[in-house]
Design a protein. Structure first.
Length: 356
């Protein structure tokens, strides 16, 4: 973000926290290789981490859980820390692709709120440490649409949004979920007819010329430069975009949304396990959460860190929706193999559809 988001009263605490840093059994030199979503970490924190531990950070990014999974599955890479979403963590656990964490080396795990522990994707709390959380939603410019947008279904209505105007997710799980919610279906359905019907809706949207593009981080430039009327993305990223384009509006869709938790994990290909523990511990420091938020804009799983934010963000209904709205949202869960294969084939069908 352009402006600082935590009170000047917290600066002393932040400096003290950074000096305290990562202690315990962390390695004192070497490297840690981190693989993360794009636009999803304050890389200036790496210098602080290296100063405290002597460990250098090699940093690479991906655009989706599926892209990350494919690269890990290829066996051609050796990352020490990855940051997948909930359903992908479950899949990686099921397929034996994650190592158990040594929580004795992560004392700052004490900063993680109880509600983010023992999550459905890691019920015994062995493989993951929460990093951020949030909801999906709609971002749009009221000056560029015919009528206000209030629900997912509006994105399939040419009379409301026009043509070549909507940016959709460029990953199968998020994109198909939008159509499922628009149709009133569970985002975790394994009913093949419902999944196919959802993709039929996406195919029609594309053939009708409503979709401008399927994007991930490209949405930042397109929405801030008024190149598209509406897009679907994550709440934290809206806060970044609206600073550059105040006309943009965030919508919590009437049908509900995906409520997600992204977490730090260690793949079985890890070569620097102790360094990975040190890095995860460092990122769990409340001061690291706050510093990170200043760049990425996502809610974090620590009430102690939240208390350090300015009121504008601490009490933001975009970052921290109330329980009434969250009750309409749902997390993704890992699907059975047949459903995963159907997602792959249906996503390919959508990709091969000619745009109108």
């Amino acid at each position: 973000m352009v402006k600082r988001i935590f009170s000047f009263l917290c600066v002393g605490a932040i400096l003290a926290g950074m000096l305290a840093g990562c202690g315990g059994t962390a390695a004192t030199n070497g490297v840690v290789s981190v693989y993360n979503w794009g636009e999803y970490m304050d890389t200036d924190l790496f210098d602080e981490f290296t100063e405290q531990t002597g460990i250098r950070v090699n940093y690479s990014t991906y655009e989706s859980n599926e892209a990350m999974y494919t690269k890990l599955r290829s066996g051609s890479v050796n990352y020490d820390v990855i940051i997948p979403s909930d359903y992908m963590i479950s899949r990686l656990i099921d397929e034996g692709m994650l190592m158990k964490l040594d929580f004795d080396q992560i004392p700052n795990y004490a900063n993680i709120d109880e509600q983010y522990r023992n999550m459905i994707y890691d019920p015994n709390n062995e493989y993951s440490v929460p990093y951020t959380w949030g909801t999906t939603g709609i971002i749009y410019n009221p000056n560029m649409v015919q009528q206000p947008i209030t629900k997912w279904a509006d994105l399939f209505d040419e009379e409301k949004v026009g043509t070549h105007s909507v940016l959709m997710f460029d990953n199968s799980r998020d994109c198909i979920a939008i159509a499922l919610m628009a149709l009133g279906y569970d985002i975790n359905t394994t009913d093949a007819s419902q999944i196919t019907e959802a993709v039929d809706l996406l195919v029609k949207q594309k053939q009708d010329g409503i979709v401008q593009a399927y994007v991930m981080d490209q949405i930042f430039d397109k929405m801030t430069n008024n190149e598209a009327a509406a897009g679907v993305y994550y709440a934290g990223d809206y806060l970044i975009m609206v600073e550059d384009n105040p006309d943009l509006v965030w919508v919590q869709p009437e049908e509900g949304a995906n409520w997600f938790v992204d977490s730090m994990c260690v793949p079985t290909t890890c070569k620097n396990y102790d360094n990975a523990m040190a890095f995860i511990n460092f990122m769990c420091e409340n001061t690291s959460f706050v510093r990170n938020f200043d760049i990425i804009g996502y809610a974090f799983p620590s009430s102690g860190a939240r208390a350090m934010l300015d009121e504008e963000y601490r009490d933001s209904p975009i970052l921290y929706p109330d329980e009434a709205y969250l009750s309409t949202c749902a997390p993704f869960v890992n699907l059975d193999q047949a459903s995963l294969e159907l997602y792959d084939s249906e996503w390919l069908r959508l990709g091969l559809t000619q745009a109108g």
